[in-house]
Design a protein around this ligand. Structure first.
Ligand code: G
Ligand code: G
Ligand code: MN
Ligand code: NA
Length: 257
């Protein structure tokens, strides 16, 4: 209850911020190029310090606070994209995490369209990340919402792919463009033949379904080499960069060019 009340005030007191983790396309040879950023919510409380999203997102979901907070995240992330454009950074896409509660809310497609128009960012530059669980919670509703977002030009990816229970028949019907391979499969790639088999199978299946793949949690050159060899299109992880405050992200980008 203490945390709930604190969270209620966090937004108006400016305690919420976003960090951004770069996402890289794997290109010919051993080249890679930043193609986007994932916005990750951070909460700094004056007494509690940094509170982990793993701790406060579930509270935000059960109290409904995720709706105003989620709208703030969307608006802030897209506004940041505008600021980076103005600062001369290459045109990136912005990936924003959606909770199941936001996804189920009637207003989502119109809200997303409104925020894009307010900020002046084309829908194609936004990618909404939805967990498998949120999509499979009610697949029929999920298909409708995905179609409405797709009609507005917004792309969707399935986050933490492999940890839920997506049926392959639904995956075919879902209007998603990308599978984000969960970091739990990436972590042991060098030691675990089963994880290698799983990741290989996900990349091949995605290819057959016309979906892109992005591997999360890439921390070592060995993991990267395997992913490259199997044809994974994109990666993010500590090997390249931790999630960074907006200013540090811009510096990271400028230092690469
Ligand atoms: O950044 P970190 O690894 O601490 O994030 C922990 C979890 O919180 C991840 O599952 C991530 O998807 C989730 N998360 C981070 N930011 C947001 C957000 O803006 N909205 C939602 N719904 N989840 C988020
Ligand atoms: O659930 P989601 O995939 O949105 O969560 C992303 C989380 O993973 C963020 O909290 C981010 O800080 C964390 N993360 C990103 N890259 C790495 C990595 O290379 N290793 C580990 N352990 N965590 C990572
Ligand atoms: Mn994510
Ligand atoms: Na994930």
């Amino acid at each position: 209850l203490l945390l709930e009340n604190a969270l209620r005030r966090a937004q108006e007191r400016g305690q919420l911020s976003l960090h951004y983790q770069p996402q890289f396309a794997l290109e010919d040879g051993d080249q890679s190029r930043v193609i986007g950023a994932e916005a990750l919510l951070r909460w700094q409380h004056p007494e509690l310090g940094w509170v982990s999203p793993a701790e406060f997102i579930p509270i935000a979901e059960t109290t409904g606070l995720i709706l105003p907070i989620g709208e703030w995240v969307l608006r802030e992330a897209l506004s940041q994209l505008r600021r980076w454009d103005a600062a001369g950074l290459p045109q990136l896409t912005m990936a924003v995490n959606l909770s199941a509660v936001q996804f189920r809310h009637d207003d989502l497609p119109d809200l997303v369209e409104r925020v894009l128009a307010d900020v002046g960012i084309p829908a194609q530059r936004l990618e909404l990340e939805l967990t498998e669980g949120a999509a499979m919670d009610n697949p029929t509703v999920a298909i409708t919402v995905m179609n409405e977002l797709h009609a507005r030009g917004v792309r969707l990816s399935i986050d933490d792919f492999g940890t839920g229970y997506s049926s392959l028949s639904y995956l075919k019907k879902f209007r998603v463009s990308k599978l984000k391979i969960d970091q739990s499969f990436v972590r042991e790639l060098s030691d675990d033949a089963e994880d290698r088999a799983i990741v290989d199978a996900v990349i091949r299946m995605a290819g057959a379904l016309g979906l892109q793949t992005l591997a999360e949690g890439v921390e070592t050159e060995g993991q990267l080499a395997f992913l490259r060899r199997q044809g994974c299109q994109a990666v993010q992880g500590y090997l390249f960069s931790r999630p960074l405050p907006a200013e540090a992200f811009a510096q990271f980008m400028l230092a690469r060019t």
